[in-house]
Design a protein around this ligand. Structure first.
Ligand SMILES: Nc1ncnc2c1ncn2[C@@H]1O[C@H](COP(=O)(O)OP(=O)(O)OP(=O)(O)O)[C@@H](O)[C@H]1O
Ligand SMILES: O=P(O)(O)OC[C@H]1O[C@H](OP(=O)(O)OP(=O)(O)O)[C@H](O)[C@@H]1O
Ligand SMILES: [Mg+2]
Length: 411
């Protein structure tokens, strides 16, 4: 008999499994019996005799011949790391929810969760920097973090691959900032800053930053020699006023924190632009089919949703003699061409006992920004009864980023 580390992530689910007789939600549900992981079923019987606090963690159990492969190094379940707190946490859950990938977390202090629509996948809530570290270590397969965190903690490691580079939230830039007064008053560029006579080998420019990998590299690449770095976990904007630093290298979004602390950005001082991204561990994608399948589904949903969020579906009725004639009028208007041209269907009405199509219904996708212009153009060509509704998804024939990923992985 041997001992092994057993990971019991799904006991909450297993100890109270959803009834198979409950109605299934459309499209995405797999019957419960298929969704259950073999080791989760096996774990249930152990959970019954364990104290509650042990039921969600790693415990040592006896391994027998029939026990599943649950050694951490051999795990089969796909692990998806999501930010546990901070700015990215809520927006990440919102994006997943908008893609019908609701994360089921029993309580906010529990760091493991599941997405019922994605079988054989565990969600692990971690701080963003730990998501990147754990991807590198092979303890996670997929994760959502800011591009800044990926760049700082990923250290350019080729084991990580960006699956989606623009999830549409967490927008910020990593930028060098200096005081807007005193000796810095006339200094407005990185070049001017480097030429200031104040910085010598004995008295270098002092930069405070949490980005201790990217920061020194950036300054070196920009020809800075007389520069030193200090670090802190937050509120870096206070460092110059406290006399601890001359400049800071930190994330900026609205610029309010800089302004309120009498600091300014300078030309050439932006190290990177960041937003939330989906990252994967290359090895997991190559070696585990389940990681590939889950990644593909998440990516397809993200792409389809993010493509749709900026668009409305517009339907209208237009009087005309034929679908072609109406199409000619619609396509003559610059804002009405839709994604691939308009869909036009006859609307039949009965006059004097005869059924004829006097009107045609058109359906188009319109960018939200161009909505009013589109409505005006529809009216100009005789459109009436204009209905506008939000779009949830636009699925393409193939997901461009998935195609790109497969070719990068040479799969
Ligand atoms: N002001 C901001 N506006 C928009 N996004 C931001 C802003 N500041 C940070 N972010 C993004 O959110 C991510 C997480 O930032 P957050 O402040 O939650 O954690 P942190 O300060 O980096 O980490 P920790 O709390 O562990 O010290 C950042 O990596 C960045 O991508
Ligand atoms: O340009 P702004 O919109 O003002 O945002 C910039 C601030 O946001 C981040 O800090 P955060 O609020 O996350 O606090 P932290 O320093 O504790 O990370 C960043 O470190 C800046 O301080
Ligand atoms: Mg922060």
């Amino acid at each position: 008999m041997s001992l092994s580390l057993l990971h019991l992530p799904s006991l909450q689910k297993c100890s109270s499994p959803p009834s198979p007789s409950l109605p299934l939600s459309p499209c995405f549900h797999v019957p419960f019996s298929e969704r259950r992981r073999p080791h989760a079923i096996w774990s249930t019987s152990i959970a019954c005799c364990l104290p509650r606090q042990l039921q969600q963690s790693v415990v040592v159990v006896e391994k027998n011949e029939t026990s599943p492969s649950v050694l951490l190094s051999e795990r089969k379940v796909v692990r998806f790391g999501l930010p546990s707190k901070g700015r990215m946490a809520a927006d990440t859950l919102d994006l997943l929810k908008d893609c019908q990938l609701l994360v089921k977390q029993v309580n906010p202090r529990q760091y493991v969760a599941e997405i019922p629509q994605l079988s054989n996948l565990e969600v692990w809530f971690q701080r963003p920097k730990d998501i990147v570290r754990k991807l590198l270590a092979g303890d996670l397969d997929l994760g959502i973090v800011g591009f800044d965190t990926f760049s700082e903690y990923g250290l350019g490691n080729e084991d990580l691959i960006i699956v989606h580079n623009a999830l549409g939230y967490g927008d910020c830039r990593l930028s060098l900032a200096i005081p807007n007064h005193g000796i810095f008053e006339g200094i407005n560029s990185l070049r001017q800053l480097s030429k200031m006579p104040q910085w010598t080998a004995a008295k270098p420019l002092r930069v405070a930053t949490g980005f201790t990998h990217l920061g020194p590299k950036f300054m070196k690449d920009n020809g800075y020699q007389n520069v030193t770095f200090s670090t802190a976990d937050g509120a870096l904007e206070a460092a110059p006023a406290m006399g601890i630093a001359d400049a800071i290298l930190d994330l900026v979004s609205s610029g309010t924190t800089l302004k309120e602390n009498n600091l300014k950005e300078i030309e050439g001082g932006v190290l990177l632009e960041s937003q939330a991204i989906l990252v994967a561990r290359k090895k997991s994608l190559i070696e585990q089919k389940d990681t590939r399948d889950r990644t593909k589904e998440i990516l397809e949903r993200f792409e389809a949703h993010l493509r749709a969020v900026d668009q409305f579906t517009v339907t209208a009725h237009i009087r005309g003699s034929s679908a072609e004639e109406v199409a000619g009028r619609v396509c003559g208007q610059p804002s009405l061409s839709g994604l691939e041209g308009p869909t036009i269907n006859p609307v039949f009405s009965k006059h004097n006992g005869k059924v004829t199509p006097d009107y045609y219904a058109i359906v188009i996708c319109v960018p939200k920004k161009a909505l009013y212009k589109s409505v005006q153009q529809l009216r100009e060509i005789g459109g009436s009864g204009v209905l506008v509704s939000p779009l949830t998804y636009i699925f393409e024939e193939v997901t461009p980023r998935w195609k790109e990923l497969l070719s990068k992985l040479e799969l």
